[in-house]
Design a protein around this ligand. Structure first.
Ligand SMILES: [Zn+2]
Length: 380
């Protein structure tokens, strides 16, 4: 399955790293291309704050600003605003028609569904997200019911504003618009929200809210119920979810689009991801095997004199040219090159993981196609 954006077609399942502030930290657009990154996610809320949506628009949009010509998915900014208000209720309140909040400079901003869609157009988005009211798995039923009601209402307002913008801008190839399914830990609310959003014919659907329970464990049941209530053949987006084993579990449930700060943040915190060293070639990697990956901590003394590359199956700049010993040295002296090389490696680990998941999925469906043919031949 592929997903067509205005800036290119992306095979699914795909992982988009977070370039929240119009930068995937420590790497530039050429580094992203070298890491085979198919697209990135940027955040409307952060760009509204710095450098300002109007500045991005005046500079030709986010693609031109970043020198990046592959797809850009824009987050609505709702998640950040809700997090701010949750931390400090004085920062704002949620109203029927949107969220009102105070920015750091004291200005009051109304984040309405309409404003949210207009800003994502101004950023030059290839795929935009509806404004939703975020809850988590710990939220009460009352809170989740209210969130579903508002999320559906706001999704409708986003859809109307989106159609208006497409007509006004005379866009022959409009960006995609994705709806977000809320409902906390309640299966019936998730299904109800998905049903209402399906009627609005979005280009894809996202799992809204945080899918981890109080103990930090992935709630596979709610993820599965939500995936099953999305439309097959369209993007099923597990928003913000990105531990490698969680991605594998979610792909098996039908999710096909992911974003997360894990590969980039972990690289800046001396945590690098490598596939199990039993595999000699990239095509041997089995992401469904137990312990298919591990973290490597370059500061550890065992790597100080290690002449081997980080990973023998990786073709990133770091693994092709430098040893673990050199990378360990760069991390130990805190040189920014360590974070660049580490980030490129972790991103390539993720893009390799997605390549393997796509290969295995392709092989599985080829086998399914073959099976009836064989049965047919036997019948003759
Ligand atoms: Zn590498």
């Amino acid at each position: 399955m592929e997903l067509r954006f205005n800036h290119g077609t992306v095979p699914l399942p795909a992982f988009f790293p977070d370039g929240t502030r119009a930068v995937v930290r420590c790497v530039d657009s050429l580094d992203l291309e070298a890491s085979r990154v198919p697209g990135i996610v940027i955040n409307t809320y952060h760009l509204m704050t710095h450098p300002g949506v109007s500045v991005v628009k005046a500079l030709g949009g986010a693609h031109s600003l970043m020198g990046w010509d592959r797809p850009i998915l824009t987050d609505s900014g709702g998640f950040q605003v809700f997090s701010l208000i949750k931390e400090n209720p004085k920062r704002g309140d949620v109203r029927v028609d949107g969220v009102r909040f105070k920015r750091e400079n004291g200005d009051t901003v109304n984040l309405t569904p309409e404003a949210c869609v207009r800003m994502q157009f101004a950023l030059g988005s290839d795929a935009m997200m509806c404004l939703d009211e975020c809850t988590d798995l710990e939220s009460s039923r009352d809170a989740c019911e209210r969130s579903v009601e508002r999320t559906v209402k706001w999704a409708k307002a986003c859809r109307v504003e989106y159609e208006r913008q497409v007509a006004q801008r005379k866009l022959a190839r409009p960006p995609l618009l994705l709806g977000i399914i809320q409902g906390g830990a309640f299966n019936d609310l998730r299904r109800q929200c998905a049903g209402a959003l399906r009627d609005m014919h979005f280009d894809g659907y996202g799992f809204g809210g945080w899918p981890l329970d109080g103990d930090g464990k992935l709630d596979t049941e709610i993820l599965r119920v939500t995936a099953d209530s999305m439309i097959d053949g369209l993007p099923k987006y597990a928003m913000g979810l990105g531990m490698p084993d969680a991605i594998v579990a979610c792909v098996d449930m039908g999710y096909n689009l992911f974003d997360c700060v894990v590969p980039t943040r972990e690289a800046r915190h001396n945590r690098l991801y490598i596939f199990n060293e039993q595999w000699e070639r990239a095509e041997d990697i089995d992401p469904r095997a137990d312990g298919f990956f591990r973290r490597l901590y370059p500061l550890d003394e065992e790597y100080w004199r290690d002449p081997r590359p980080l990973s023998k199956v990786c073709d990133c700049l770091c693994c092709q040219r430098y040893s673990r010993a050199y990378l360990s040295h760069l991390y130990r002296i805190g040189d920014p090159l360590a974070y660049r090389l580490g980030t490129m490696h972790n991103l390539r680990f993720y893009t390799q993981l997605m390549e393997r998941l796509r290969d295995l999925r392709g092989k599985a469906s080829a086998l399914e196609d073959e099976a009836p043919a064989k049965r047919g031949a036997g019948d003759e």
